[in-house]
Design a protein around this ligand. Structure first.
Ligand SMILES: Nc1nc2c(c(=O)[nH]1)N[C@H]1C(S)=C(S)[C@@H](COP(=O)(O)OP(=O)(O)OC[C@H]3O[C@@H](n4cnc5c(=O)[nH]c(N)nc54)[C@H](O)[C@@H]3O)O[C@H]1N2
Ligand SMILES: Nc1nc2c(c(=O)[nH]1)N[C@H]1C(S)=C(S)[C@@H](COP(=O)(O)OP(=O)(O)OC[C@H]3O[C@@H](n4cnc5c(=O)[nH]c(N)nc54)[C@H](O)[C@@H]3O)O[C@H]1N2
Ligand SMILES: [Mo]
Length: 771
């Protein structure tokens, strides 16, 4: 399905390479050359994602019990090599450069300095980071925190830290007195956590790896497997070989969902044979999913009517609907009333195209729905998921082998952090248990999520920010205003492996605390420590790093969290920070005590091949919703973006390249899209370039068109023809983040709507003094 008649030999920028293949090997080799990692890296890659080995720091996709010889992908290898670089960002580097100077550097150049080696304190007089001792840092942080009201403090986490670290971090926040625990998930799959919980009673996906071996169809919405979770291409390739049909809805023709050449298969590599992944690929409009899915539902309901008339076996699953769901009739009535012309206009797809997809869904006995940021990062992201759940409930495609809903999570432990208490929502945490276990009264008021934390930083109500990993200031919307407000805080602390922009925007008192990476050996009093994480499929895996740490002055994240907590809180005999640091098995024992159902015999099960499954009631058709049933939802708005069309207003999709991990830029090669050597591009349909009075290669800017009168601009983007639907344009995250208003987010979950941002094009606008 091509867009508006563009063919493969049109003049748009695109790539003829399959995902995987020699290109992926070349891409790994390039980063090997750049980072010059220690020779131990090959040994580490061999252990990557294997039982007893080390769990990749890149994506959260499931790890099979019987792994491939090399159970890693191009981007997983890049992430490991990135962590094991031989470059070091030492106190000498900070002595040479002021923080103001570094603010002018590109994200890529900052991280290229390599691993942080010493704890550093910001010195205002010289505008430099200067080395400090760990005790000095902890004591200062403790005394600052004791002087600030807990509810004016934010403890952020990026989704990489282990279950052990995350559990202690959340406990620290609650013992200190707040639930202000925003997580990268708030910018990512929070839509899933809120919407799926409401609709099917589970905040996470219902599939396990085995389901991919027994399904007949897989539907993909807004997830870029080839770049962001390439290991998932293996089960997809196997599924295709079994005859499974794969249907994709995505405004961008992503290579990984078109074809795959398995780099681990000598035959495929040598013969150039590749597997076609998607049977059908629909380039719908950004924000067109509710309309498209409603169209599919209309087709399914029409087929059901016809079957009834013919007295054949039903298309839908009436028994399931009667026993397990509520709201079917209201949903049906509303869908019946939706006009096809509205569906076609809003989705950008024809009734006939949607019929082809619906036929596959109707025919398949067992279907899996997979999705990513294309659905969650929209103003009506929760409605996207409600529409998808409607379609999946119709045929009882939840809670049977080979079926289910499978959100593809982002960071390698983002799902797990929620499981062990990193949540601003007190009702999701067993506070009574924590109270009994540790003899204190946990705070019961709702804490700040990412958007609310930003609002309170803007209004000056937040006085302290601790970042457990991540690059908060770069990842959030509204960057310009946020950076200005940030420096008004009293205390900022960043726990990190490499230098990034968030470290350069400082509070009055600021610390940069360097930690071990997951691939490194973590030696404590009782010996080498393992940590654990949870994958997208709710399986928990142990991970044991075995590389020599980048610097002898690093501490583990567990030790850093415990160090800050001990320096802040009054002594409590039940809260044994030193004991926990000495032996992480004790932390796992505490996790087990708080969550006995999911983590029983935790220490014994740490290295279960394939991980241990912590269970999901929705998979058993136990619906932990308000009604005790799964919910159909009558569709409301058909468009997921939060604005009307207007002349000169475009839908901007902020994209990840194949050469980045979130705000970490590995390089300038988006090889699966054929964009090389730059990230400063504005991707547009060739006819849109002409219609807008622009020309290919022209340098333009974008300005926010959100109608709130705030001037938000980014310049210096080269107009590049690309196969996108008319009216939709693309450019990279995080460079485009200054254009997203803070208030522009999914209504229910407050996930920033980074995939359908209203903008205007400003002709001939250069980049102005911006990194
Ligand atoms: N190598 C690598 N791996 C990663 C990451 C990384 O940056 N690099 N990031 C990690 C993280 S934290 C996350 S959350 C995941 C992100 O992984 P994904 O969920 O794949 O996220 P994106 O690449 O932002 O966007 C997904 C897709 O949505 C499509 N899209 C945009 N708008 C729409 C729409 O309206 N409808 C539909 N149907 N599709 C749309 C885009 O074209 C894109 O292909 O990956 C994780 N893994
Ligand atoms: N416009 C737009 N904005 C987006 C998105 C989008 O698609 N479009 N996606 C959103 C999504 S899905 C996410 S998840 C967020 C990501 O937001 P974050 O999770 O905050 O950002 P990352 O870029 O993953 O963080 C990178 C930094 O983490 C640190 N780091 C790496 N490894 C470790 C470690 O082991 N320990 C510690 N302590 N630190 C480490 C390094 O210093 C590195 O610079 O961005 C969101 N923002
Ligand atoms: Mo994410």
């Amino acid at each position: 399905m091509s867009v508006d008649g563009l063919s493969d030999d049109d003049n748009t920028v695109h790539s003829d390479q399959p995902s995987g293949g020699w290109g992926s090997v070349g891409s790994m080799a390039r980063i090997m050359g750049e980072e010059r990692p220690s020779p131990a890296v090959l040994n580490t890659l061999r252990r990557q994602n294997k039982p007893g080995g080390f769990m990749c720091v890149s994506c959260a996709w499931g790890k099979p019990a019987k792994p491939h010889t090399f159970e890693f992908c191009e981007n997983g290898a890049k992430a490991t090599i990135w962590e094991l670089t031989s470059r070091r960002c030492t106190p000498d580097f900070f002595a040479e450069h002021t923080v103001s100077e570094l603010k002018g550097w590109k994200d890529y150049d900052l991280e290229q300095q390599g691993r942080l080696t010493h704890p550093m304190r910001y010195d205002r007089a010289t505008d430099r980071y200067v080395p400090c001792g760990w005790d000095e840092a902890f004591t200062a942080i403790g005394s600052e925190l004791r002087g600030i009201a807990p509810d004016q403090t934010v403890f952020y986490s990026s989704g990489r830290a282990s279950l052990e670290t995350s559990y202690l971090y959340a406990l620290f926040a609650r013992l200190y007195g707040h639930n202000n625990l925003p997580d990268s998930s708030n910018m990512c799959h929070e839509t899933t956590s809120v919407a799926l919980k409401k609709l099917i009673g589970s905040p996470v996906g219902t599939c396990v790896l085995d389901d991919f071996e027994s399904c007949n169809a897989i539907f993909f919405f807004g997830q870029n497997t080839g770049s962001n979770s390439p290991r998932l291409l293996h089960p997809l390739q196997d599924a295709v070989k079994r005859g499974v049909k794969i249907v994709t809805f995505n405004p961008v023709r992503e290579k990984g969902l078109e074809s795959f050449r398995n780099p681990q298969s000598p035959l495929e590599m040598l013969t150039g044979k590749e597997t076609q992944i998607s049977t059908l690929y629909f380039q719908l409009k950004a924000g067109g999913d509710i309309a498209a899915i409603t169209g599919l539902i209309k087709h399914v309901l029409a087929a059901e009517e016809q079957r009834q008339a013919e007295a054949g076996t039903p298309v839908i699953d009436p028994d399931f609907i009667a026993r397990h769901t509520v709201g079917f009739e209201e949903m049906k009535a509303r869908v019946d009333a939706v006009a096809w012309e509205d569906i076609e206009r809003e989705s950008g797809l024809t009734r006939g195209e949607l019929k082809q997809a619906a036929d596959i869904y109707i025919e398949a006995d067992r279907s899996i729905a997979m999705y990513g940021m294309g659905l969650t990062q929209q103003v009506h992201g929760s409605e996207n998921l409600a529409a998808l759940v409607n379609l999946w409930l119709l045929k009882g495609n939840i809670g049977r082998d080979g079926t289910g809903i499978s959100p593809v999570r982002g960071h390698s432990n983002v799902q797990g952090q929620r499981t062990v208490g990193i949540s601003e929502k007190p009702e999701l945490v067993p506070l009574d248990r924590l109270a009994g276990q540790f003899g204190f009264e946990p705070p019961r008021t709702e804490g700040l999520n990412t958007v609310k934390a930003c609002e309170k930083i803007l209004s000056g109500e937040v006085r302290a920010f601790i970042g457990l990993g991540g690059n908060f200031v770069r990842a959030i919307p509204e960057r310009d205003r946020m950076e200005k407000a940030w420096t008004g805080m009293r205390l900022t602390v960043q726990v990190a492996t490499k230098l990034n922009r968030s470290h350069l925007i400082n509070g009055e008192v600021a610390f940069l605390l360097p930690c071990l990476g997951r691939s490194e050996e973590d030696l404590q009093a009782s010996g080498a420590q393992a940590v654990t994480m949870e994958d997208s499929l709710s399986c928990i895996h142990g991970s044991l790093g075995n590389n020599t740490p980048a610097s002898p002055d690093l501490k583990s994240e567990v030790a850093i969290v415990a160090g800050m907590a001990k320096a802040t809180l009054p002594p409590n005999p039940k809260v044994t920070w030193d004991g926990w640091v000495a032996d992480y098995r004790r932390i796992r024992a505490s996790i087990e005590e708080t969550y006995p159902d999911q983590f029983h015999r935790f220490n014994e099960r740490v290295f279960t091949p394939g991980g241990f499954y912590r269970g999901n009631p929705a998979r058993e058709r136990i619906w932990k919703t308000e009604s005790g049933k799964a919910h159909f939802t009558p569709p409301g708005k058909l468009r997921a973006v939060g604005f009307d069309d207007a002349p000169g207003r475009w839908r901007l999709i902020t994209m990840r390249s194949n050469d980045q991990f979130n705000t970490t830029i590995y390089g300038y090669s988006d090889r699966l899209r054929g964009i090389e050597g730059t990230r400063d591009v504005l991707l547009m349909h060739p006819d849109d370039i002409v219609a807008a009075g622009l020309r290919e290669g022209q340098v333009v800017g974008l300005a926010s068109d959100a109608g709130d009168g705030v001037d938000r601009r980014v310049g210096g983007l080269t107009v590049t023809p690309f196969r996108l639907p008319r009216g939709c344009i693309g450019s990279y995250y995080p460079e485009m983040n200054p254009l997203i208003p803070l208030w522009y987010h999914d209504e229910a979950s407050k996930t920033p709507a980074a995939k359908g941002v209203p903008v205007r094009i400003v002709p001939d606008m250069p980049a102005i003094g911006r990194a």
